[in-house]
Design a protein around this ligand. Structure first.
Ligand code: AMP
Length: 514
């Protein structure tokens, strides 16, 4: 474990360290297990080295705030960071980090819209100071990944945007909030609390959690009264409320109604400490919609993604295939909606997960898991899926399956028609030639005959055309979907990208795991 006090020492350490990614955990010191959990997350990849910084940044404290008395305990911090697995600790003085003085410093100013709510509104200039120091540190450390706590949610959102807007080549990883056994979020400022104050402080997480629990499975929640009620409860518990606000977790814009995942955040004064905490309100568990053309690798990626985040995997393509299989086995003409419709009346279509995690598909009591992958079914599935009656029946069934959320659904119109309110919408795609190459590999592995590449490409292009021009729910990218082009990416790389996108929208606090 190395202690680096100057920029020169930092640069020398950067050069001497073994290869592998450099992971960075910026802090203001007075390290506690919450900070340590960030270091653990940063060192979960064995090849990486982890640098922690300790710097009490004067730029982010207001004139009446606790800059002077903020706890400083470098020796204990060194031990704490080393125990958690950090390789180095960068602890510059103010003069070392701002050698020309604060007056001469180039400063950053995050978007006004992200600053005019929550702590930004009550602490003018605070996030300018945070953005300025973090940008400065990123320039000096030049890490591959930056680890930040979800505990300071507004800070996390602002720094993600900073990295995006400045095009900085660093991945931002949000980490879950560590709490004391009684629920109080760990914070360096908890040290200021008297034992009586410490008791009182537990009302903050308690009432936040109760407000969140009350929202589950409810529709039509007015957030204004909910915030007022919460503020009164906190005041009654002896805390001085600075704010209680409900906002969109990404844009941080105020919300009046519970429409989708919502951040409920509060700041209170408890004796000498200003404490912040938050929870996420949701009426159902999160939903992820993954759409895209055939052969883009959706099923493989979605299955693994679902497993990683403990979401239920809803393979809607398998449902359309199962109906296609039924149509073919009933001897009716797949092109005739009037012949297909009666089959849907008593349709018993089940998706289940077998031991070992593999998904089984059954239709009217027949296990069709393998049969629906045959070239015959593949050849006709678009025709069957294009019938309005088929889409309506399956969309209804899918929406019923998604009522409680907690799932990832994959298909062609999930983000547009089935779950338009999904928390994350992905449009997963790849070029026609890449998809043809993958289809050939897949067919060969399954023991089917492999057509010429040109024919495969033509088939895929034809299917794209059918899927995107059909009248009912054509394959289109939802306006708010994120396009992920998978050419040249390994399956693991795609999954990793999806997990990151998920985490930008759905924090650990709202859906743990992954
Ligand atoms: P600070 O030293 O308070 O500036 O925090 C440094 C980093 O640690 C920030 O990214 C915080 O969000 C994070 N952090 C602080 N407290 C906790 C906690 N209880 N659990 C997880 N992360 C935390």
């Amino acid at each position: 474990m190395e202690l680096l006090r100057s920029r020169a020492e930092l640069e020398a350490w950067r050069r001497s360290r073994a290869g592998g990614p450099l992971h960075f955990v910026p802090t203001m010191g007075a390290l506690h297990p919450g900070h340590q959990s960030l270091v653990h997350a940063a060192s979960s990849d064995a090849a990486s080295s982890v640098l922690v910084s300790v710097f009490v940044n004067p730029l982010q404290f207001g004139p009446q705030e606790d800059f002077e008395r903020y706890p400083r305990c470098l020796d204990a911090d060194l031990t704490c960071a080393a125990q958690a697995g950090a390789q180095a600790l960068f602890a510059p003085s103010v003069a070392e980090l701002y050698p020309e003085g604060e007056q001469e410093l180039t400063r950053l100013m995050p978007a006004e819209s992200l600053q005019q709510v929550l702590c930004g509104r009550r602490r003018p200039g605070h996030f300018n100071g945070v953005a300025t120091v973090v940008a400065r540190l990123l320039g000096l450390v030049r890490p591959d990944a930056l680890f930040l706590g979800e505990k300071d949610w507004q800070q996390l959102v602002i720094l993600r945007r900073l990295v995006e807007d400045l095009g900085l080549p660093v991945q931002v990883v949000g980490c879950p909030t560590l709490r004391e056994p009684d629920g109080l979020a760990m914070s360096s400022r908890n040290r200021y609390l008297s034992s009586e104050g410490r008791q009182r402080a537990t009302a903050l997480p308690l009432h936040l959690r109760q407000a969140a629990d009350a929202c589950l499975q409810r529709r039509e929640i007015n957030l204004g009264p909910l915030c007022q009620d919460l503020a009164s409860q906190l005041e009654q518990a002896g805390l001085v409320v600075d704010y209680v606000e409900a906002v969109c977790p990404q844009s941080l814009q105020p919300r009046r109604q519970l429409t989708g995942l919502t951040l409920l955040a509060a700041a209170v004064h408890c004796g000498p400490s200003r404490l912040i905490d938050h929870t996420f309100l949701m009426s159902r568990a999160p939903i992820v919609a993954i759409d895209g053309p055939a052969g883009a690798g959706k099923s493989t990626v979605t299955r693994a993604f679902a497993e990683r985040l403990a979401l239920i995997y809803l393979d809607t393509g398998a449902m359309y295939r199962a109906v296609t299989w039924l149509v073919q086995h009933s001897g009716v003409d797949a092109r005739e909606a009037a012949q297909v419709a009666p089959l849907l009346e008593n349709l018993d279509l089940q998706l289940s997960t077998a031991a070992g995690g593999s998904q089984r598909v059954s239709v009217n009591g027949h296990d069709v898991t393998e049969a629906i992958r045959s070239p015959e079914v593949t050849a006709q599935v678009s025709v069957v899926a294009a019938h309005g009656c088929v889409r309506e029946a399956l969309t209804r069934q899918q929406q019923a399956m998604g009522q409680r959320g907690g799932l990832v659904a994959e298909g062609r119109d999930i983000g547009t028609a089935v779950f338009p309110d999904a928390e994350l919408k992905i449009f997963l795609t790849a070029t026609v030639s890449e998809r043809a190459r993958r289809r050939a590999l897949d067919l060969a592995q399954r023991g089917f005959e492999v057509p010429e590449m040109a024919d495969l490409e033509a088939q895929i292009a034809e299917r794209d055309h059918l899927d995107s021009t059909r009248e009912v729910a054509p394959l289109t990218q939802a306006e708010d979907a994120i396009e992920v082009i998978t050419d040249g990416l390994s399956i693991e790389a795609v999954i990793e990208q999806l997990v990151q996108l998920f985490r930008q929208r759905v924090p650990h606090d709202a859906w743990p795991g992954g």
